[in-house]
Write a protein that binds this ligand. Structure first.
Ligand code: SF4
Length: 319
């Protein structure tokens, strides 16, 4: 594993200089006319109709902030410039952010302009953030890249972190090659039936694995670090441990190790708390508790059995 330290820079700057960033924005925009931006492939014209993500042509964000609570390699000393996109292309029963991901009526009149979103990016850079952290970007990739092209012309230079549920289209990710510097996908489930029951899509493992394979193709497993030790290029896969092994941690780490590389860095998270439909319906009884120390230990053991390296982030964090 190599860890290169060098002066900060964002990949998209060279694309901006050559005009390629504008070309990519146009190519992504073309997907919105018969939308195939994400694997739902709703094929709606987003200028007149909404698909499964309930989001039209203009950017819609819920909030933005300087975030100090991400993995240390993302937040660093000065924080990560986090932009929470409104709405989502999944509908997880246990979503901690359900008030911004699954309440589209809240955001019906909240669309902003591309220039307005560019100003948000620049504000976060001005506040000293190490990076821009796009949270749940999958359904708004064209909007984000349009704004990025404007912001790059106005002096934006921090790396982009793509913080995703991994229900992403491989073709869309291909258009982000050279734009995104840090891939930070979840790998939520290993079993299709569980994904269907808990996130509302029958093909989650297949789609997420294909998306993560594309991210890995773009960056490989090596990390490039900035002067302060924050991640400036690479991939970090997040897995949230769920009660009763519903996330299928062992199957997922085995897949990563076998099909991609045992040296990819994994962030294993123990912060699951019952929320949203888990609390309001009776349909998810095993999810109405936090994980046990034994469930956490099994997940850590599985990670250590299949993966190599010492960069994994193990966030037990149960208070
Ligand atoms: S981005 Fe939205 S409209 Fe487009 S395919 Fe995905 S869910 Fe459907």
């Amino acid at each position: 594993m190599s860890e290169l330290r060098r002066a900060p820079r964002a990949s998209y700057l060279s694309l901006a200089r050559s005009g390629e960033l504008d070309e990519r924005a146009r190519a992504l925009d073309a997907l919105l006319g018969e939308c195939t931006v994400c694997p739902h492939a709703c094929r709606v014209d987003r200028s007149v109709e909404l698909g499964a993500c309930n989001t039209g042509l203009a950017p819609v964000i819920a909030s933005w902030c300087v975030h100090h609570g991400e993995e240390p390699v993302i937040s660093g000393r000065s924080g990560s410039g986090t932009v929470f996109l409104a709405n989502c292309n999944l509908a997880c029963a246990f979503c901690q952010n359900h008030n911004i991901s699954q309440q589209p009526k809240r955001f019906l009149d909240a669309a902003i302009t591309d220039a307005g979103l560019a100003s948000v990016f620049l504000d976060l850079q001005d506040r000293g953030c190490h990076n821009l952290n796009w949270v749940s970007p999958s359904h708004q990739v064209p909007q984000l890249v349009r704004a990025l092209a404007i912001a790059a012309g106005r002096g934006l230079a921090v790396p982009i972190v793509y913080n995703t549920n991994a229900y992403d289209s491989v073709a869309t990710l291909g258009l982000l090659d050279g734009i995104v510097d840090v891939w930070m996908p979840d790998l939520k489930f290993a079993d299709p039936d569980t994904g269907c029951r808990l996130a509302g899509v029958a093909d989650y493992p297949e789609r997420a694995r294909a998306a993560i394979a594309e991210m890995f193709r773009q960056t490989g497993e090596a990390w490039e670090l900035g002067p302060g030790g924050t991640l400036e290029r690479g991939i970090l896969v997040r897995m949230l441990v769920l009660p009763e092994n519903l996330a299928g941690i062992e199957a997922s780490v085995e897949w990563i190790a076998t099909e991609l590389s045992p040296s990819i860095t994994v962030s294993l998270l123990a912060q699951y708390r019952p929320a949203h439909r888990v609390l309001t319906t009776g349909g998810f009884p095993v999810l109405r508790r936090r994980i046990t120390p034994e469930e956490w230990r099994r997940a850590v053991d599985a990670l250590r059995r299949h993966m190599e390296g010492d960069r994994h982030h193990l966030q037990w964090g149960i208070g």
